[in-house]
Design a protein. Sequence first.
Length: 340
Amino acid sequence: MDDLQFGTRDKRGNWTPNARLEIAPFWTGRFENLGRWLIAYIWPHNTIFMAVTLAYWYLVLPPMEVMQTLSWTWMLKLHIVNSLGIFLLFGSIELFYYIRRKQGTRFKYNARFPKENPSDVFWFKSQNIDNFLRTFLFSVPLWTLIESVTLWAFANGWSHAVDPSQHWIWLAVLVLLAPAIHEIHFFCGHWLIHRGVLYKWIHSIHHNSINPSPWSSLSMHPVEAAFFFSEMAWHLLLPSAPFVAMFQLTSTAYGAIVGHIGFDKLEITEGQAVDSHAYAHYLHHKYFEVNYGGDGLIPLDKWFGTWHDGTKAADEQMMERFRRKKERLAAKAGKTTPAK
Ligand SMILES: [Zn+2]
Ligand SMILES: [Zn+2]
């Protein structure tokens, strides 16, 4: 496909989409876009996450009575499936788009591939090896642990679970709201770990990948990973059900790849491509202090002034915000610097 019909490429080869990022239309009153937005909300990402959750529910998880006891048997099986699932999903996108480079740099925001930039900040100077190891040494085990403990709590009745046969309408609504719960949980924790020493000690590890690729998705400090996956526990507090909690966590774990794909569209055939929805989080990796949340389902970034929609105007607003912050910090340190 000709990516220049959808965006522009600079001298360095970096590609930028023409379309600006839009928050969900019900916040802006642009209801004429609602149909298109709803289809994109359901297909393909959330439909795939639902299919994966159903597969876990029927093929991987034991009956609730078995999960009343934390035992290696079912936890290890769950861990093997989680590891394999991530290996297959992230690994196949890595294989086709980063190793075989099936679409070259078409629709790729950053013209370079992580392999071309060895750096001391990574284990073995390699972003890929570092990110891969952190994913499987810390993040996936923490995911399994939090998942198992939450299911164990449900199995023992330590929740506000409701009966699905009686409250199925509410549970269906809650499934539709799961991405909103994710966005609020993720925004708050993510914003917090961008402050001071929390950034230095915890979140800088994730941000070492300025040019993210699939393995960057779950490459986090264990504290960040624990927070990231703990959003499943909201379903112990809400009137919910274990299946909805599983959908929440499955979408979060597998969905982590969405912002780290690095391409705006993934070409499937010659003339067909799917939108990756990666741009909002790509801009976060590029500029650090914008787009702490997702792509505007609950537009917390818009409300708190940190939204970057990819346009030149948003660039200018961001630079102005950085300049003001610099002045504030300088004033705090007792020396005022003149505005540039
Ligand atoms: Zn990221
Ligand atoms: Zn961040």
